[in-house]
Design a protein around this ligand. Structure first.
Ligand code: NAD
Length: 293
């Protein structure tokens, strides 16, 4: 069992840190939000007053932060991980950020003797709560093997997909497929409702055929009920579609479906839905057909 410093105890980080406590690790967490710290204490973890304190004495440092600027601040700040973790420490960044920033953290971390993995996750809040996340990992085989007990405590499927930054590329591919699936399910709901058929029964049939997906499985009821509590916020998916388009440009490939999905998510945000779950793409599909509720 390891001593773990966990930075970023939000929708995803909070249950993940709780599972690490449950697996017997000694977890000290830090977050800017007092509520988040209280949740970790209630789950049996310790809390710190800053990043340096959370990292002191840790064998593993895990981070689960919103985006590149927060990861840069937590990694590279004076009070941050690189300046305060002991050489040899395993740094596992679960955040979804650009491959470039992951490679920079790995490079500068290695220069200080740290072993860095990018390990973005998929599975949503439910996957985090149920400890069944899919984890796509970039880094070395040796560090991946060393991190296996941490991955096993929070996830079900975890794969080493290449060197530093590779996990973020696979996560970008994941967000492309998830965003596109939401957009299509939203259009299917608008079509069925406008045509006067039983949309709930219709989605049940879709979920049993070739159109089946995890999105249909776990989100069709809440979408039909127009329950858009997050979950995964539109603002974060907007950030991820920026990563998708940037990664595609970097790889020299065209992703026209991705570009369209990025615009639909941008529209959701522009209409003031940035704080809602990304299933609120249904509101954009309704708006396009003059069927706002
Ligand atoms: P969140 O906003 O709920 O949590 C982020 C937490 O980081 C917040 O509690 C915030 O206070 C904390 N934080 C920000 N800056 C900090 C700092 N400098 N020091 C300490 N704490 C700081 O976000 P989330 O939904 O948990 O997502 C986290 C990451 O996981 C994102 O990159 C997101 O894209 C990714 N992700 C989310 C989901 C999901 O369904 N929510 C699924 C897969 C991946």
């Amino acid at each position: 069992m390891s001593t773990i410093g966990f930075i970023g105890l939000g929708i995803m980080g909070s249950p993940m840190a709780g599972h690490l406590v449950g697996a017997g690790h000694d977890v000290t967490g830090f977050d800017l939000s007092e509520d988040a710290l209280a949740r970790l204490r209630a789950a049996g973890g310790n809390t710190a007053g800053g990043v340096a304190e959370a990292v002191a004495g840790a064998e593993v440092v895990a981070t689960m932060l919103p985006a590149d600027p927060q990861v840069e601040a937590v990694m590279f700040g004076e009070d941050g991980v690189l300046a305060n973790a002991e050489p040899g420490v395993l740094v596992i960044d679960f955040s979804t950020i650009t491959p470039q920033t992951s490679r920079k953290v790995a490079r500068e971390g290695a220069a200080r003797g740290l072993r860095v993995l990018d390990a973005p996750v998929s599975g949503g809040e439910k996957g985090a709560v149920d400890a069944v996340l899919s984890i796509m990992v970039g880094g070395s085989r040796e560090d991946f093997d060393a991190a296996a007990p941490v991955f096993a405590a929070v996830g079900k499927t975890y794969e080493l997909v290449g060197p530093a930054g590779a996990g973020q590329v696979v996560k970008a591919a994941n967000q492309l497929v998830v965003g596109g699936t939401y957009a299509l399910v939203a259009e299917a709901i608008v079509l069925m409702e406008a045509a006067g058929v039983d949309a709930a029964a219709g989605l049940d049939v879709l979920a049993g055929g070739l159109a089946a997906s995890r999105v249909l499985d776990i989100k069709r009821a809440s979408m039909l009920a127009r329950d858009f509590r997050p979950g995964f916020r539109v603002d974060l998916h907007h950030k991820d579609m920026g990563i998708v388009l940037d990664a595609a440009r970097g790889a020299g490939v065209a992703v026209p479906m991705g570009a369209l999905v990025a615009q639909l998510i941008a529209s959701a945000r522009a209409q003031g839905h940035g704080g809602l779950d990304h299933s609120a793409l249904l509101k954009v599909a309704e708006n396009l057909s003059g069927r706002d509720r």
